[in-house]
Design a protein around this ligand. Structure first.
Ligand code: ZN
Length: 728
């Protein structure tokens, strides 16, 4: 599987921390410093929950005593709580009034008769919401729940409203959980302080810095821990596996160190990997909940895992002001996924994939400005919310330079730790370190939809006394207003390193002219994909995502296949097109020709349209008689292998192909392929099936490259210096 998409779970009740004076914040931090642990953070400022919880997983039951300390001076409070809880005031001088129910939530009014004294609410009930599937795109589903207490495990968060949720309030908490013996519970901050008790085991967690949610996960976990100079590294597995635990403990130590040096102090006492009991990629404050299958993939500690660790700075250290747009996913992707690929010289390839995914999944009507990005609901919103934001930070870094960019990140973190922040706060931080007015930059990339599309034309070269003058014109060809851009321009020279410069562009069209010391062979616009823009023809080889991202299309079954294979292909088609009504299924006998207006999946070696795949001199050949496929890596002809690829149809929507001789492998292909969207061809082995080979088709010359000489020779650009160099 490819990197699991990851996100903080989005709750319908998003806390916001606004309109409080800096004085009180400072006072809170000072008090905390003086009084230390156990003291509610700024008792004078935000609610503190001291929770005693009993979990009975067998019957989905939770019982809670919440000893609440609320900021003084306010007598009247409203909160939401899970509707099956029937809360009562069991100590303190207060009245509780039920205000009405909406879905699984009940709203209450709490009237304090003595505003500075604590009050205890006691309640109990069942929380058991089954996992619900959410369709993201063709073949890609994930599951979520509003909260579940079961024999398999416990997952509760703010959306479950398992504790009283006061709107627009950050909070602090301490939490004692009674569990069956053999179980452990995980929450934010410091813990687990576990010891045997009468009923089984008692576990404590506490966090004194302002939080926007209280997470509670529990299960029959195996626990592993290792001290690091920064925080405790912890792993919670559902089965004993020391080697696996060690891989994550080591990765935790490594990334805590990297990001502390890059951005600033890690904000929590521990970081934990928690094995969840369904497939998730959630990043919570000081822990991550990943599914069993995902954590066992060998590359996860190097790819998705650092992303989840980094969310403790972005999203769970600085909270997101969702009302003005979620910046944290894009920034986390940029400084984790992109940063690590860039370290190995793959930055440009990563950015091209980002732009390609935007192009594949985002139709005009599915696009939205970043100020409207809340979480990740579909693959389209991920392509916009992660991709456009990621490119915003990349362009900002190029404009400011690596050092100033990193200074800006540090400033933003220092100024906004444990507060909610938005793009306006990011802009303020980068302006203060650079001295520049970044209003137009942030305005353009956060409030507009669409992307610039570039063209280069009228390129010429004339000899001069010192060499050559290269001139030409750059145009923006999209329907919408021109974007202000700083466009990288590279001139390949005979016998020398390429010359690189930038062209500032404000309007629809800009002429450029450049003196170069030697014979220019080729001119290329933005060859490293440094701008957020629409890819030009020739820049993007066909990938599976161009089919998975399509609203409609056709899945074509092979009538001539064996009954077992036909049956298997049929259920793949059903699984993929379920909840994606634009996709239909037919057999190859029903059609005289392939439709030209939509992408097509051809299934099977037996499909009578196989010849369509190789019509346009592609980089592979097929021999259906011998069941052999020739790829750049060699020939594949093994009945144990399953194949998938996508072929270009010269301007028409692409055609994909999936073939196997093992009907048992098809269910696994149906599940796995949607996660390999960025590839052009794939080979799997066995019945699971396991991925054996994955590749992207080579690109031809880009429409943004102009050759001035017929045989310009190879054009290799050096990758940019990785961002982590600033730490050297
Ligand atoms: Zn994320």
């Amino acid at each position: 599987m490819n990197q699991p998409a990851s996100t903080r779970p989005t709750s319908p009740f998003v806390s916001r921390y606004m309109g409080r004076s800096t004085f009180f914040r400072l006072l809170g931090f000072l008090l905390l410093g003086v009084l230390g642990w156990g003291t509610p953070y700024a008792a004078a400022e935000i609610p503190h929950h001291a929770l005693r919880v009993t979990l009975e997983p067998d019957r989905g039951w939770i019982a809670v005593e919440d000893h609440l300390t609320l900021p003084p001076g306010q007598a009247d409070w409203t909160f939401s709580l899970h509707a099956d809880m029937a809360p009562r005031v069991t100590s303190g001088n207060a009245t509780l009034i039920a205000l009405g129910c909406q879905d699984h939530l009940e709203r209450y009014r709490l009237v304090l008769h003595e505003t500075s004294a604590p009050v205890t609410l006691s309640y109990a009930g069942k929380i058991h919401h089954e996992l619900d599937p959410v369709q993201e795109s063709l073949g890609r589903r994930r599951e979520w729940t509003q909260g579940i207490i079961s024999r398999e495990g416990v997952f509760l968060d703010g959306a479950s409203a398992w504790y009283p949720r006061f709107e627009d309030q950050l909070l602090t908490f301490e939490l004692t959980i009674a569990l069956p013996s053999g179980w452990l519970a995980v929450s934010q901050g410091a813990g687990p302080n576990a010891h045997p008790s009468e009923q089984g085991v008692s576990v404590r967690w506490r966090e004194a810095e302002p939080q926007d949610d209280i997470y509670l996960m529990a299960g029959a976990f195996r626990f592993y821990e290792q001290a690091t100079p920064i925080a405790s590294a912890q792993v919670y597995l559902r089965k004993h596996d020391e080697a696996l635990a060690n891989r994550y403990l080591e990765a935790t130590a490594r990334y805590l160190d990297l990001y502390t040096r890059l951005i600033g102090p890690y904000p929590y006492a521990k970081f934990a990997l928690v094995e969840n009991f369904w497939a998730t990629g959630y990043g919570m404050p000081s822990f991550t909940a990943l599914g069993s299958e995902v954590i066992r993939l060998p590359f996860i500690p190097l790819t998705s895992y650092p992303h989840e660790v980094l969310h403790n700075w972005w999203g769970n250290g600085v909270y997101v002001d969702y009302a003005t747009g979620n910046w944290s996913e894009g920034l986390t992707s940029y400084l984790a996924d992109h940063l690590l690929r860039e370290e190995t010289g793959q930055g440009a390839a990563y950015r091209r994939e980002t732009l390609q995914s935007y192009a594949s999944y985002v139709r005009a009507e599915r696009d939205f400005p970043l100020t409207a990005f809340r979480g990740r609901h579909t693959t389209a919103s991920q392509a916009v919310g992660y991709g456009r934001t990621l490119m915003l930070f990349h362009m900002l870094r190029r404009d400011l330079g690596d050092r100033v960019f990193v200074e800006g990140l540090r400033r933003f973190y220092r100024d906004n730790r444990f507060r909610t922040a938005g793009f306006a706060d990011l802009r303020r931080a980068f302006e203060s370190v650079s001295g520049l007015d970044l209003g137009a930059f942030f305005g353009q990339w956060t409030t507009r939809t669409g992307a610039p599309a570039l063209a280069i034309e009228a390129v010429s070269r004339i000899p001069t006394e010192t060499g050559y003058r290269v001139s030409g014109r750059i145009r923006q060809t999209q329907d919408t207003e021109p974007f202000a851009l700083r466009i990288p321009l590279v001139v390949q020279l005979k016998g020398r390193e390429p010359m690189e410069t930038q062209v500032d562009m404000r309007g629809r069209s800009t002429d450029f002219s450049l003196d170069v010391p030697d014979e220019p062979l080729r001119v290329a616009l933005d060859p490293r994909f440094d701008l957020f823009r629409v890819l030009a023809p020739g820049e993007s080889p066909p990938t599976l995502s161009s089919l998975f991202g399509a609203d409609r299309g056709l899945i074509l079954l092979p009538a001539a296949a064996s009954p077992a294979l036909r049956e298997a292909y049929h259920s793949l088609a059903q699984t993929w097109s379920r909840d994606t009504p634009g996709w239909r299924t037919a057999t190859d006998r029903e059609l005289a020709a392939l439709p030209k207006d939509q992408p097509v999946w051809l299934l099977g070696w037996e499909n009578r349209f196989l010849a369509e795949l190789t019509k346009r001199t592609p980089s592979f050949t097929l021999d259906p008689e011998r069941r052999a496929l020739d790829l750049p890596e060699g020939q594949f002809q093994d009945p144990e292998q399953s194949l998938a690829l996508v072929a270009d149809r010269g301007g028409l929507p692409p055609v994909g192909w999936i073939a196997t001789e093992a009907p048992e492998a098809v269910a696994g292909l149906a599940r796995k392929l949607p996660h390999y969207g960025k590839y052009g061809y794939l080979v799997f082995s066995g019945k699971a099936p396991e991925n054996h080979l994955k590749g992207q088709w080579p690109t031809t010359d880009s429409a943004l490259t102009v050759r001035l000489e017929g045989d310009a020779g190879p054009f290799e650009l050096k990758p940019e210096a990785p961002l982590v160099r600033v730490l050297d």
